[in-house]
Design a protein around this ligand. Structure first.
Ligand SMILES: [Mn+2]
Length: 494
């Protein structure tokens, strides 16, 4: 039985006075349809008005509350006055009609908070729509250009991840090389790369050099039961020849933060630290300084490859992001937050809690104590010489901790461990890039680098010659570290 317009209206309007946000779409061609579909998914109360009867019938049969009317003269929708709505979207393909409709709607909603969104069909009418009262104008040029760039990004990352996936799927033996003294980010990145390999039935080994002393890192290895293989001290390159495919995770240059010889050629390099790209030699290179961690980069790969992720790997990656961004307070990018949002529902909560509150070792506490006691302040700079220690990883914790001191914006903590001076620096002064400062201060005697807010350096003790007497050596080191650092930040020593 064909229903007359008014009967349908009365029936529908009587049936329910919908709760929550009420929207109206005026002019419902293909664009209106798409918007209606999206708003329906959000469970919004939607009214649709269009002058085409057959279109309205079709919309009703799809379950929409639709009415036939001239959108330039609408005064009520489904028994509601315009001002009772939260928003009106004017989406017809005719510029003059849309302009008329905006004029009509804004006249009726004067003094209310109604949102009027209108589609500009051509650049000419764009400006006029603002004048006649639109709250927001949809500009085709910016919408299309945004979409074009977004699709290009997606295509590029799809191409890149496909290349990485192909390289890994062709591997016989895959050696994933973490940076020295692995931290949560490099380990989580390694685990994710291993997951990608597993998907092709490729065996992968996590390889590293140095030590795992920081309680965070130790806790992660134990709690996640990570199988790590220490690189041999002798003939590492020979050992690595047994792997036909290798990857650097969170480092990029042979010999920098890894023990490999200059000529070593990894297959894959993944990192988020700034580096001269033309100095990186590998078949596949992804260095993203617009990511605060390598875990962020690997999370995107897992998503793009549509791989399932278990709660342990999700917890590891989320932890890697949180540690490197210091709980999203340092060097955090949109990509980090997007990755964290993806991982959060999957991550094993209990595991994450235990990872984030690892028991502190007495040795670490001693280093913290020494760093606090030995601090020297120069303006807002804090420099602390911890002396001799094996707890290299405790230095970064001491630096993080001391950065909280009132009036302090930049912290430098260092110690002699075995035959190297280890430096850890933190900074919250936006005018300063502590990575560049350390490079300027120490790269003539060692390796140094990092970001604007956190950085490190390693200086071989032999640069101080063969001073045998420890106290004399410590004084010499302190003298030189302090003057080099202060000179690099441009502070005259009184
Ligand atoms: Mn990192």
């Amino acid at each position: 039985m064909a229903e007359s317009e008014t009967e349908v209206q009365q029936e529908l309007s009587l049936k329910s006075r919908p709760p929550g946000a009420r929207y109206a779409i005026l002019g419902c061609g293909s664009v209106g349809r798409e918007v209606a579909k999206k708003l329906k998914q959000r469970d919004r109360k939607l009214f649709i008005v269009d002058k085409d009867e057959s279109r309205v019938r079709e919309l009703r049969s799809d379950g929409y509350e639709a009415y036939v009317a001239d959108i330039r003269e609408v005064e009520t929708v489904g028994g509601l006055r315009i001002e009772d709505l939260e928003a009106v979207l004017i989406l017809s393909s005719d510029p003059a009609t849309n302009e008329e409709a905006v004029r009509n709607i804004s006249k009726q909603s004067e003094g209310t908070s109604l949102t009027v969104v209108v589609r500009a069909v051509d650049p000419v009418s764009e400006g006029r729509l603002d004048e006649v009262g639109a709250s927001m104008v949809i500009r085709p040029s910016s919408v299309i250009s945004d979409a074009a760039v977004r699709l290009l990004d997606r295509a590029e990352s799809a191409k890149s991840v496909r290349k990485l996936d192909e390289l890994i799927s062709g591997a016989e033996r895959f050696g994933i090389i973490l940076h020295n003294n692995p931290d949560p980010d490099t380990m989580a990145g390694g685990l994710a790369l291993k997951r990608i390999a597993e998907n092709h039935g490729v065996e992968a080994d996590l390889l590293y050099s140095g030590r795992i002393t920081h309680q965070e890192n130790r806790a992660m290895v134990n709690l996640l039961d990570i199988e790590l293989h220490r690189l041999p001290d002798e003939d590492r390159d020979g050992f690595l020849e047994t792997y036909d495919t290798t990857a650097f995770v969170e480092h990029s240059i042979p010999g920098e933060n890894n023990p490999l010889s200059e000529g070593f050629h990894p297959t894959i390099v993944l990192d988020h630290h700034e580096v001269e790209l033309d100095t990186v030699d590998a078949d596949f290179v992804e260095i993203r300084t617009d990511a605060g961690s390598v875990s962020t980069i690997l999370t995107k790969y897992i998503q793009d490859l549509d791989l399932s992720i278990d709660d342990k790997l999700a917890a590891a990656l989320l932890y890697g992001i949180r540690v490197d961004t210091n709980q999203f307070k340092r060097n955090t990018h949109t990509s980090d937050l997007t990755a964290a949002a993806f991982l959060n529902p999957w991550a094993n909560r209990e595991l994450l809690d235990r990872l984030e509150t690892p028991p502190m070792s007495p040795e670490t506490l001693d280093v913290l104590g020494k760093a606090i006691r030995k601090r020297a302040l120069v303006g807002s700079y804090l420099i602390s010489n911890v002396g001799m220690t094996q707890e290299k990883d405790a230095l970064s914790q001491a630096a993080d901790y001391l950065l909280q001191l009132e009036g302090i914006s930049t912290v430098l903590v260092y110690a002699i461990t075995e035959d190297t001076i280890q430096v850890s620096a933190r900074n919250k002064d936006f005018r300063l890039n502590i990575g560049d400062v350390l490079k300027e201060a120490f790269s003539d005697i060692g390796s140094a680098g990092g970001h604007s807010s956190m950085a490190g350096a390693q200086i071989p003790i032999e640069v101080f010659g063969d001073v045998m007497e420890t106290q004399a050596l410590l004084r010499l080191v302190e003298e030189s570290m302090t003057s080099k650092f202060l000179a690099a930040v441009g502070v005259e020593r009184s």
